[in-house]
Design a protein around this ligand. Structure first.
Ligand code: NAG
Ligand code: NAG
Ligand code: NAG
Length: 256
């Protein structure tokens, strides 16, 4: 994100903090402070870890392939779901979310249900910057979208979305917000997230199932699928809200 854009965002955060919209639709519509955070597993859940449900957090469900390599590209294709109830969730791919350092290069689609209406936003983000929406890429339920992030260096990368029905593509070049957010490529991930808006998690929408196909994470020399990855589930107030399974290069994330 350009420095000038960053300052505009900071000014908007201030105005949101002064008068934070209370209704979900207004909060989502505002979107100045929407962001995805790096992963931190919850301790209680980690204790119950097993190969079916290896790790839990309040925010993330999906799969992260084994670390120990240097990931430069991650991609997956999913059909945009119809969310129901009153809430939101996001499907995205990213590099470096599950590491001690505070950085993620990521891109995806948010889906929101509020007052019987649904809305969708395609976005890109280099944490700790807030997410920025792609303009001129209007998403609807049922669209088949391939999302890819690629790091061209530790501080530069691209986010690309392709509409598989039409071939329409949007690409955004990104730069690390600061040197602390430089990527190491230590992990990659395919995630459905309960994201954060204005310092709190949005109510988690029932999105049914998001299925990533063609899930692949690449290093300079090889590609890995989700099969040997760590499965992540969302647990809030002692309740597990997601169920994740993998088969070949497919990942299914269901709201339970
Ligand atoms: C794995 O963890 C999940 C979630 O806590 C639990 O429902 C399941 O029974 C566990 N499986 C085994 C084999 O312990
Ligand atoms: C994707 O293609 C479908 C089918 O033509 C179209 O209805 C939809 O608006 C497109 N979405 C985007 C984001 O290009
Ligand atoms: C608002 C909220 O609870 N956000 C949490 C999202 O998850 C991250 C990582 O687990 C936490 O650090 C945040 O506090």
């Amino acid at each position: 994100m350009k420095l000038s854009t960053f300052f505009v965002s900071s000014a908007l955060i201030f105005s949101v903090a002064v008068a934070r919209p209370s209704r979900l639709a207004e909060r989502i519509a505002a979107r100045e402070s929407r962001r995805s955070r790096p992963f931190t597993p919850s301790d209680s859940a980690r204790a119950s870890g097993n190969s079916t449900h290896a790790e839990f957090s309040t925010n993330w469900s999906g799969v992260s392939p084994p670390s120990g390599q240097t990931f430069t590209t991650v991609t997956g294709t999913f059909t945009v779901p119809t969310p129901s109830g009153n809430g939101a969730a996001s499907a995205w791919v990213g590099i470096d979310g599950d590491t001690a350092q505070q950085s993620i290069l990521q891109s995806g689609v948010d889906f929101t249900a509020s007052g019987g209406r649904v809305s969708f936003d395609a976005w890109f983000e280099w944490f700790p910057n807030f997410a920025t929406d792609f303009s001129n890429f209007p998403i609807a339920a049922g669209n088949v979208i391939t999302v890819t992030v690629h790091s061209t260096s530790s501080t530069t990368g691209t986010a690309t979305l392709v509409n598989e029905s039409t071939g329409k593509t949007v690409t955004q070049a990104l730069t690390a917000p600061d040197s602390a957010a430089a990527l190491k490529g230590q992990n990659a991930e395919w995630i459905v997230e309960d994201f954060e808006e204005g310092d709190s998690l949005v109510p988690f929408a029932d999105f049914g199932t998001v299925t990533f196909t063609g899930a692949s994470a690449s290093t300079a020399s090889s590609s890995l699928g989700p099969a040997s990855g760590v499965i992540l589930d969302i647990e809030q107030n002692g309740e597990v809200l997601t169920s994740v399974s993998t088969s070949g290069s497919t990942i299914s994330v269901s709201h339970t």
